[in-house]
Design a protein around this ligand. Sequence first.
Ligand SMILES: Cc1ncc(COP(=O)(O)O)c(C=O)c1O
Length: 475
Amino acid sequence: MATEWTTSHGLDVHLDLDSSGLGRRAAIEDALRTAIQDGRLGAGAALPSTRSLARDLAVARGTATEAYEQLVAEGWLTARRGSGTVVAWTGEGAGGPRAVRRPAEDPPTSIHNLRPGSPDVSSFPRQEWSAAVRRALRTAPDSAFGYGDARGLAGVREAVAGYLARARGVRADPERLVICGGFVQGLSLLAGTFRDLGITTVGMENPCMTAYRDLTARAGLTVRFLDVDDDGADPARLDGPAGRGVGAVFVTPAHQYPTGTTLSPLRRAALAVWARTVDGYVVEDDYDGELRYDRQPVGALQAIDPDRVVYVGTASKSLAPGLRLGWMVLPEPLVAPITLAKELADRQNGVVEQLALAELITSGGLDRHIRRARLRYRRRRDDLIAALAQVPAVRARGIAAGLHAVLDLPADGPSEADVLAALAADGVAADGLSRYWHRAGPRPSGLVVGFGAPSEHAFPAALDALVGALARCYR
Ligand SMILES: Cc1ncc(COP(=O)(O)O)c(C=O)c1O
């Protein structure tokens, strides 16, 4: 069996020319049919010219031409004047080239996604992003596309630092800034680095994301918890004798996840003092800091003590989680070890996304998008609160910012699990508050309801379904 490559129109086509008894022409036809059938060559894919195919496969040009003509006659390929030969059939569905492509199965339409954590990805600013990509590709120097600084491109770090200083009050030095793959990669790099630096135990808020607790534990760190009350996380309530042995704490000061409280000025100061006292670090997860609705904007905790507070931000709520873009602003002693960890993890974030982000920032497109998003989510938040007036037994809190609300459920009503089951029966997906709880004993009973994920047209129906199901639970 001969295995050959041919390249044209930017496409690499790997053809297995099985010569078992077949002539060259038949072998080419067979190999192309197989490549189309198994999806390696999709509908519309441009094939090499017969001249380059013949050259690459070392066959006569007439052989290549005849093979194409046969496949065109069979309906696998289409020959277009001026634009060459392209694949006509995608290979999906059963049968052969004349088979009708089956439409993808409809996604389950009954699900109203009110789980927290996601913005409305249907409002991702595609136009602005593609314009930013184009501008970036036009103007970036060749060197941008090489192996570069693991912290990210210098110009991108400058743009992000300027944005963070302006929009979030971060004391952002581009030299201390590392572009990373969202908060989750930041957490992973920090956990490993803390461990390497001799920190064995870290604190996390209770309640908090279970996945982050697990990720930290998997990095070999012991996790202790600090309880959250109406003033936010309290370092005085860190597990263990005065939190002894804890070298870093992870907090969500602007909008505690999931309770939605804001860290009070006293607690901010207490956390900074705690970090100095134990010679440790506070990690500030500012996941939805841009999305604040009612009160004065709450600036970053990091500004209080940039030598003790690690600031971590993300594009996951303000733009889209699928971008996997985030950033860390680090105290000086962490810059070199985190840069090394990032280098070892994946060398650097993809430069096209980095460049597009910087373009979006410097053109003002990011600010415009966030202002639009803020208005949209505030309206949704208001609609949620107004609709919940029909269910007086359920109280919403944590709603001054972000993309979710906590709904406290009355102790004398159905259990959290029963309420979730009632929602699910009506096609509504939300989270139970108890899943974020990390202490033994009784757990709070509530719902964490996201209002970000549905598209604009899907949101009203999702809200109706939620309120309808709750009303049945509490009538
Ligand atoms: C508490 C918290 N932090 C951070 C994030 C963002 O994570 P990432 O940037 O990895 O998408 C989320 C997303 O749901 C979150 O809930």
